[in-house]
Design a protein around this ligand. Structure first.
Ligand SMILES: C[S@@+](CC[C@H](N)C(=O)[O-])C[C@H]1O[C@@H](n2cnc3c(N)ncnc32)[C@H](O)[C@@H]1O
Length: 172
């Protein structure tokens, strides 16, 4: 009885959120200078809705909102990073333009995006490519830090940012 009460108390105090599934990629942040180049390479403006699939601490949507006045959405499977991102958006004063969702990026509805950013892994990008082509509207830019989409979908643009690669595709 006491043990059950203690467990319930812990769950309430620490807001235990069950993980949807193990992450496909572990958390490594994109350096801030690369974030800024990714958004410039995507030609983000205040009219854009920037989705970061696997958003970690939220730096990409937060920078898109702060620098360009864009709207941002972060999709993150790990509740720990989700909470961190929400806290960072609050500190940056962009909660009116940025939101973070605890979802699996393979299951999330990304149809409203006009820019999608990625820092995943080569095989994860390749698994994601059919969803991007199926759901995103023509003209939507996809920008990936470090990894391509494989030989079947070559990037239209590539840039070396101090030794880290950034790639861009535009949905046709
Ligand atoms: C390499 S980090 C990139 C973080 C951020 N986008 C950046 O560039 O700084 C990848 C992130 O994707 C998240 N992630 C991994 N698999 C995921 C999935 N299936 N759905 C949503 N997020 C996922 C991880 O928890 C991690 O925060």
């Amino acid at each position: 009885m006491l043990r059950t009460m203690a467990l319930m108390c812990c769950a309430l105090c620490f807001q235990v959120v069950p993980r949807l599934k193990p992450p496909d990629v572990r958390y490594v942040p994109t350096p801030q200078n690369v974030v800024e180049r990714m958004l410039a390479i995507a030609r983000v403006t205040s009219a854009d809705i920037v989705y970061d699939l696997g958003s970690g601490d939220g730096r990409i949507p937060i920078t898109a909102a702060k620098t360009y006045g864009a709207r941002g959405v972060g999709i993150e499977i790990d509740p720990f990073y989700l909470r961190d991102a929400i806290d960072n958006a609050r500190k940056a004063g962009v909660t009116d333009r940025v939101r973070f969702l605890n979802q699996d990026l393979f299951e999330s509805d990304i149809r409203e995006a006009t820019v999608v950013t990625l820092f995943l892994l080569p095989q994860v990008n390749e698994r994601l490519a059919p969803k991007l082509k199926r759901e995103l509207r023509p003209g939507t830019r996809v920008v990936s830090h470090q990894y391509t989409m494989g030989a079947d979908w070559p990037p239209e643009y590539a840039e070396d940012v101090g030794g880290l690669m950034v790639y861009r595709w535009t949905i046709e």
